[in-house]
Design a protein around this ligand. Sequence first.
Ligand SMILES: Cc1cc2nc3c(=O)[nH]c(=O)nc-3n(C[C@H](O)[C@H](O)[C@H](O)COP(=O)(O)OP(=O)(O)OC[C@H]3O[C@@H](n4cnc5c(N)ncnc54)[C@H](O)[C@@H]3O)c2cc1C
Length: 454
Amino acid sequence: MNYENLSDSSVFEVLTPKSKGYDDARAVYNAMIDKRPAAIAICQSETDVVKAVNFARENDIEIAIRGGGHNGAGLALVDDGLVIDLSKMKGIAIDVAAKTAQIQSGCLLKEVDAATHEHGLALPSGIIGSTGIGGLTLGGGMGYLSRKGGLTIDNLLECKVVLASGELVTANKDSHPDLFWALRGGGGNFGVVTSFKFKLLSIKNVYAGPMFWPIEKAKEAMRFYDTLTKNSSNDLYGFFAFLMVPPAAPFPEHLWNQKVCGVVWNYTGPIEEAEKIFKPIREFGPPILDFVGEIPMPALNSMFDGLYPPGLQWYWRGHYFKELTDEAIDINIEFGNEIPNFHTTSHLYPIDGAVHDVSNRDTAWANRDARWAQVIVGVAPEPEGAEEITNWCKNFYNALTPHAMGGAYVNFMMEEGDAKVKASYKGNYERLSSIKSKYDPDNFFHINQNIRPK
Ligand SMILES: Cc1cc2nc3c(=O)[nH]c(=O)nc-3n(C[C@H](O)[C@H](O)[C@H](O)COP(=O)(O)OP(=O)(O)OC[C@H]3O[C@@H](n4cnc5c(N)ncnc54)[C@H](O)[C@@H]3O)c2cc1C
């Protein structure tokens, strides 16, 4: 295939295996992924995306879409096909009065955070700054502001999308409403989104940070956390974690490499109320580490970026939970005690509060009856550790399966097959499949957690 025909301008770059920069462009966040695309189209504009889509369709080439490259399963790449790389499309325009942001799909969360924070605004998104806005949003998007402002998709007003036909359309509640519904959770199945328009929350500083307890206290801590958050306002968020304390500052040396449990809190209510809200929390335990205090929102959203640079080995799996049963808690503690290194962890992300203000039918995202999305994250610095973290993750996941709701957050899935995708979309799968038939009948966009056309 002559990929030189694809680019007719000096700014729209197309890299092939012989090009300088090809290996950097095919590297994704998870170093376990080693795919070799035939070409990578580094798009700079909607026009470039349209050209790339048309070129691939007309020449019957498989495509993958790359935003931030964070997908655990490496779905930003395709062997021998064409990657539509959006990473250079980084425009952000904030309308401060309207509290909205137009964001191009190559932006990373930390770039969005920096731009919105300048105006005292914030978008509910994820907990690591190097994640791409594209993949995170289209899968749902959960993080420190989920209880306050819902999922990222609950703040989505509009998308510009290049369809499989090469047509560029705007999807919102009035224009292509069925497509807009499907894009809110349906992943990269329906087209290449070139930009997103979001509404923003007025949030500047928060009272937030991690708090740890000894792992021996984990059962009591999980029960305490469960009851507390059930009865708290949406201003209080905290995800529960099992981890090994990293052997580095700012953690105190006596805790290095100790297995602990903890919560990373985020309180978004009036700052003068924060000490009062945290008084009973601080009385529990007491905590062996308490880094909770007032910080700017972007500092919270990037707090763990240093621990998770690109290029580590990743294997992860996800579950949903409505309740934390005694059995589920015991399994968490068992595998929490077996965490192999200080990168590996397990998080229970709250998806109640404002996430529950929207119904399962209102968007494609079908798991609003759950209270938590769990992610079990095996991470190793070197390939030699890959087997150990994969086994730990799979065993933990399998042990929890009988206690979970079925399905998983599509953004926390590896390539786990059609049945898992269907279970994740539950009652919305049929409608998604019909919309897929309308917008992408040939399943052109299939390097993703795939929804099949009817
Ligand atoms: C360290 C880390 C932390 C994370 N934390 C969170 C978190 O806090 N909350 C959360 O919800 N998720 C989180 N995730 C999961 C994350 O949402 C997914 O990995 C997501 O796929 C990342 O998006 P991306 O653009 O970086 O991915 P990419 O790998 O670039 O893309 C993944 C897939 O998304 C689709 N896609 C991406 N951009 C577009 C687009 N513009 N148009 C159409 N399809 C597109 C494509 O199908 C593509 O295959 C995290 C992941 C990692 C690795």
